[in-house]
Design a binder for this molecule. Structure first.
Ligand SMILES: [Zn+2]
Length: 269
């Protein structure tokens, strides 16, 4: 443990956390994919967070894994690269949510000093990538935050805080960039996928409260002074559990990203 304590205070802490506990890829496109809840590793010596018992009934924080969202994010990154010939950015947590939750502020998502390093490393990478795409792609960029929900197996829920975290996109192009046929969710709907809210303009009806956009999209969304358009995607089980269906989801997502980018994202200047 002594060596670990040293790491915590050294500049290598982030690199250590990255190599062990995060999947990170620097990209070439104005697309950042994050997946905070798909991990399955433990952090050696770190106890499970207290939120694990009776999580949904006693008001404590959820610590359940979003099953196969790590794999879905990885598959999507691969498909985008195949389709576009360039890489999107990726920051995916390998650690189980029982130990660290990057979609919560540190005081809620971390209960141990060693988990804090992993939480900080996750956010350091997202911040770095958001800053980088803002510089390289001043015409716009999108962050997609991947999650899994158990409320409806055949539905993808949209989370933008009812349009807040995609403020720039909507201001520049109108709600059609979030909900139209060349939008990411609009394209998925053309493939027969059920989207909730059903690609109606932001707020009409409001997004489902539990899936309406968490800490990541609230922190990095385009309503912030240094953010990008950020959409939380909550995938039902049928989009991620079965390997063949997961590949199909990744393929549709890659196509949706390509269609959106062609219409709304100017290339690098
Ligand atoms: Zn989640």
């Amino acid at each position: 443990m002594a060596s670990f304590a040293l790491l915590l205070t050294s500049a290598s802490a982030q690199i250590f956390a990255t190599n062990e506990f995060l999947q990170v890829q620097r990209g070439e496109l104005p697309i950042i994919i994050t997946a905070p809840h798909g991990g399955s590793l433990a952090i050696p010596g770190v106890p499970k967070r207290l939120g694990q018992e009776g999580e949904r009934t006693n008001g404590k924080f959820v610590t359940a894994q979003d099953t196969r969202t790590f794999e879905l994010a990885a598959a999507t990154v691969k498909r985008v690269e195949e389709l576009a010939g360039k890489k999107p950015y990726l920051v995916a947590m390998k650690v189980h949510r029982q130990y660290v939750d990057p979609n919560r502020p540190e005081k809620e998502g971390v209960e141990d000093e060693r988990a804090r390093v992993v939480h900080a490393a996750f956010h350091a990478h997202v911040r770095e990538f958001v800053d980088e795409v803002r510089k390289q792609f001043p015409g716009g960029a999108v962050l997609l935050d991947f999650h899994g929900q158990a409320a409806s197996a055949g539905t993808i829920y949209r989370g933008t805080q009812n349009g807040t975290t995609v403020l720039k996109m909507v201001a520049k192009h109108g709600p059609v960039a979030l909900t139209g046929e060349a939008s990411i969710l609009g394209y998925l709907a053309t493939k027969g996928i059920k989207i909730e809210p059903p690609n109606t303009p932001p707020g009409t009806p409001p997004e489902t409260r539990a899936f309406g956009g968490g800490y990541i999209v609230r922190t990095y969304g385009s309503h912030t002074t240094n953010g990008v358009d950020a959409i939380q995607l909550e995938f039902g089980a049928s989009f991620r559990t079965d390997a063949a269906k997961r590949e199909e989801t990744a393929k549709f997502l890659a196509e949706a990203i390509k269609v959106y980018a062609a219409k709304y994202l100017p290339p690098k200047q």
